[in-house]
Write a protein that binds this ligand. Structure first.
Ligand code: BV8
Ligand code: ZN
Length: 284
């Protein structure tokens, strides 16, 4: 039975050497971004596990681009919440030293909304000290695009609204529950370098997560894993806490609901909204 003792947890935290954070959609829920499942979650207009796939891309690039355009516009106006800022403070030496003086930290997020990095960028631009923690967007970022041509290296951050004229306004059609219009391939986003089709630089189901070797190394050296706002259903992210536990590390789950998929190996379980619980329980 996982402990709920904040005092015991802080004792583990203060002696930690390498901390791995694994976060999911529950971290961004308080920012107004719908989760995929679980409390407060609602399936998005479309089912990501169907549309966030290579098969969907090859079958219907118009629909996949409209889905990601819709997600871009859903996220564009959203801001980090206190859960993002608490985890960003853990990546800043002056704050982390107060609760985990000897620890390094790697934060692996499954989220593609960019809010973890945005919170850290804000804190670090207001601080003389550079961050010394690492944030890895293992499933990519909604606002990154990459060229589909095998012989072209174009990839970029693209914040344009709309990313191309033909997608502009389709988000309202999708949000209203109508069948989305067909956007001709020629009118979808194209590479400025080679004119081939661009795709969202997001990791689809069946694709290799980003920086997976670095992530596995971080899991293998971690003696404490914080699992924040994830249903822990998607692999390999869901296997990371088990990996830490198998190496003798401690696992602390932060979730709105009890008994997520990690409760059997969790040493600590803190049930509640992460936007308030992370800062309160870590004391950061
Ligand atoms: C890979 C980008 C090989 C796209 C995403 C059969 C069995 C097992 C596995 C597989 C299988 N068949 C295929 C697989 C592998 C597959 C997989 O895991 N499928 C699942 C569906 C079974 N995985 C892959 O394909 C991955 N690639 O395996 O490649 C490989 C591996 C290693 C090395 C080399 C090669 C790629 C998966 C990436 C897919 N892309 N995102 C997009 O977003 O559109 S996944 C996407 O869904 C998210 O990124 C995220 O990962 C996942 C959603 O999960 P969560 O973040 O957990 O969100 P969810 O809504 O589920 O849960 C929210 C939680 O928060 C809930 O628990 C809720 O209670 C809680 N909560 C809510 N509010 C709050 C809160 N908690 C605290 N506070 C709150 N306020
Ligand atoms: Zn190109």
């Amino acid at each position: 039975m996982p402990s709920t003792s904040i005092e015991d947890f802080r004792g583990i935290l203060s002696n930690a050497r390498n901390i791995l954070v694994v976060s999911g959609a529950g971290l961004s829920a308080a920012s107004g971004i719908a989760t995929f499942r679980g409390q407060g979650g609602r399936w998005r207009k479309y089912d990501a596990s169907i549309l966030a796939t290579l098969a969907a891309w090859h079958e219907n690039q118009s629909r996949v681009w409209q889905f990601f355009h819709y997600r871009r516009e859903e996220v564009r106006s959203k801001r980090p919440n206190d859960g993002h800022y608490a985890l960003a403070r853990m990546c800043m030496p002056k704050w982390r030293r107060t609760v985990a003086p000897n620890a390094t930290i790697v934060h692996v997020t499954q989220n593609i909304d960019g809010l973890c990095l945005e919170a850290l960028d804000e804190l670090s631009s207001a601080s003389e000290e550079p961050p010394d923690g690492t944030i890895i967007e293992m499933h990519g970022n909604l606002f990154d695009v990459v060229c589909t041509a095998f012989d072209c290296d174009y990839r970029a951050k693209n914040m344009d609204y709309p990313i191309c004229p033909a997608l502009g306004g389709t988000e309202a059609i999708v949000a209203a529950g109508n069948v989305e219009p067909v956007v001709r391939r020629a009118d979808l986003p194209h590479c400025p370098k080679c004119q081939q089709l661009l795709r969202p630089d997001v990791v689809w189901f069946g694709e290799r997560p980003k920086q997976i070797q670095r992530i596995l190394e971080a899991a293998d050296s971690a003696d404490l894993c914080l699992v924040v706002g994830t249903s822990s259903l998607v692999q390999p992210a869901s296997k990371l806490p088990e990996r830490v536990h198998a190496n003798g590390g401690k696992v602390a789950v932060f979730n709105l609901e009890p008994n997520t998929n990690h409760s059997d190996e969790a040493d600590f379980e803190f049930v509640g909204p992460c936007e308030s619980e992370i800062a309160r329980i870590l004391g950061v």
